[in-house]
Design a protein around this ligand. Structure first.
Ligand code: ASP
Length: 311
């Protein structure tokens, strides 16, 4: 069915791709999430006449992403994926939390069709707006025969939801995939794949059905780290703590002691690295579990999903 389906569902959530500024030379003083999904499509003449269905799922700056919007988006993505005439889903999003949304959707849905997030580093009014080309590439990827899983495409580069991360605050080519490297490139509408599509067992939407997202925070180890912040979070009722350690997940002794005490008190802890790439390699003697290759932002989602699953 997937190979004959050609309709792409475009779900819009806001972001800079839908942002506007008063001047075409203003790339930072803009308001995100101003244009609706039809305006985004209208800016891409090559998409005119193509079979698309559209939905405005949210309209926000993704720095303000909420668990409630995530739940609504996951449900709408699942709905569209279940339609036989839908080849794949495109999600327009802000760049700031794109990697979190992508990871969440892959863990929940691990879809057998492509779900492609895209975004822009420049608002729709910019001289150098990157949104229209990114959207065109995303639709091409969403229609790619045999493609599956949640991905992101920006600046012609496709990243797996399991690896994608924002690396640069300003450059148009702002995303990377850490050690894994890009999944594919989209070149003149054609997909050149380098490695396997994202895979895994879906947790399913039941995992988030109760709408109760456990409180999980990220703390960072650094010179002069103090234990008080961890103690305050535990006293306030935090359910999980992700620690972004130095290097191979190493922790300042004061922070480590506070985290061990938190763990002993029933708070779930996961240890990551604040390095931009690489895993946290561990030994059997290590008392705070490693999050492997997950970034701190991914590990926070992973820990919430585990807690929602009764871990
Ligand atoms: N703050 C914006 C957002 O994430 C940035 C962007 O989209 O590039 O929505």
């Amino acid at each position: 069915m997937q190979d004959t389906a050609s309709t792409v569902a475009v779900l819009a959530t806001g972001g800079t791709i839908a942002g506007t500024a008063a001047s075409a030379t203003d790339n930072i003083g803009y308001s995100a999430a101003q244009l609706g999904v039809q305006a985004l499509l209208d800016a891409v003449p090559a998409l005119a006449g193509q079979p698309l269905v559209t939905e405005q799922v949210a309209q926000l700056d993704s720095k303000d992403m909420s668990h409630e919007v995530w739940a609504a988006l996951a449900q709408r993505v699942a709905h569209h994926l279940a339609q036989p005439d839908i080849a794949g889903v495109v999600i327009t999003h802000g760049t700031d939390t794109l990697e979190e949304t992508a990871y969440l959707l892959q863990r929940l849905l691990a879809p057998a069709k492509p779900v492609v997030l895209t975004a822009a580093m420049r608002p729709a009014t910019s001289l150098l707006r990157d949104g229209p080309q990114n959207l065109l590439d995303a639709v091409a990827l969403a229609r790619e025969s045999g493609a599956r899983g949640v991905m992101a495409v920006l600046a012609g580069t496709v990243h797996s939801a399991l690896d994608v991360r924002k690396l640069h605050s300003y450059r148009l080519d702002a995303f990377g995939s850490g050690d894994a490297g890009p999944l594919a490139y989209v070149e003149e509408g054609r997909v050149r794949r380098l490695r396997d599509w994202p895979a895994g067992e879906p947790l399913g939407l039941d995992r988030i059905a109760r709408g109760e997202w456990p409180w999980v925070e990220i703390v960072t180890s650094h010179a002069g780290a103090r234990p008080e912040a961890v103690r305050a979070l535990v006293a306030a009722g935090v359910r999980g703590l992700v620690v972004a350690g130095t290097g191979n997940g190493t922790l300042h002794h004061a922070l480590q002691d506070a985290l061990l005490a938190a763990q002993a008190a029933g708070v779930s802890v996961l240890r990551c690295t604040r390095c931009l790439a690489g895993p946290v390699l561990t030994t059997p003697a290590e008392r705070l579990p490693s999050a492997g290759t997950l970034t701190p932002a991914q590990a926070r989602i992973e820990l919430m999903l585990r807690l929602m699953g009764g871990a």
